[in-house]
Ligand binder design. Sequence first.
Ligand code: AMP
Length: 229
Amino acid sequence: MGDGALSELNLILLGPPGSGKGTQGERLQADFRLPYFATGDILRAAVRDGTDLGRQAKEYMERGDLVPDDVIIGMIAERVESPEAADGFILDGFPRTTAQAEALDEEMGRLEKRLTAAILIDVSDDEVIRRLSGRRTCEKEGHIFHVEFEPPKEEGVCDVCGGRLVVRDDDKPEVVRNRLEQYHTKTEPLVSYYEGEGILRRVDGHQEPEDVSGRIRALLATLQMEEQA
Ligand code: AMP
């Protein structure tokens, strides 16, 4: 590998709610042994634990609105600069606004790091609604199942950690509609933002999870080859 090459893999997962970012994030984390920071998971844990952060975020999350940038940015900066992230990281659910993307760029600059790729998992609104209506989330560790497409071995119980599987409050239909709207108005502009930075990579998210991970692994391998060339 040349010049530091891809020894550091700093990845962002972009895409609407229900596009499979969490599922793919878990796989990438296992494949590449990188820390995986999912802002939604961090916030849900904070709400559950009743911390200050949780109290600040709760109402926004219940409505499917975005939590204010200043709350989120500090929370992620802390993790990106932690020793755990020295060889790279996977971000899921962040950035979600242009202000967050700019703050991340600034933080990366300060740490003399750079983003390797922003991977957009592209999925239609109809598919999002179909997926979220059957999604079940592990209360304990956030592992994800689907009643139809990826049922757990035992109904209502997480295969991975034995946690209880629940319907997230914000997976209810009226909240899902708002989350999608927030995605289109606030997060989708990041597609051209990262296109402008030359790091956007698109993956068709309608395929089977296995095929989506195959595509992601292939594109990361291509990036690695380009770096070495
Ligand atoms: P997720 O699990 O990624 O769908 O996130 C669930 C909820 O957490 C979102 O609907 C937002 O209310 C909040 N949230 C997660 N990440 C962010 C972020 N980067 N900026 C603002 N709000 C966020």
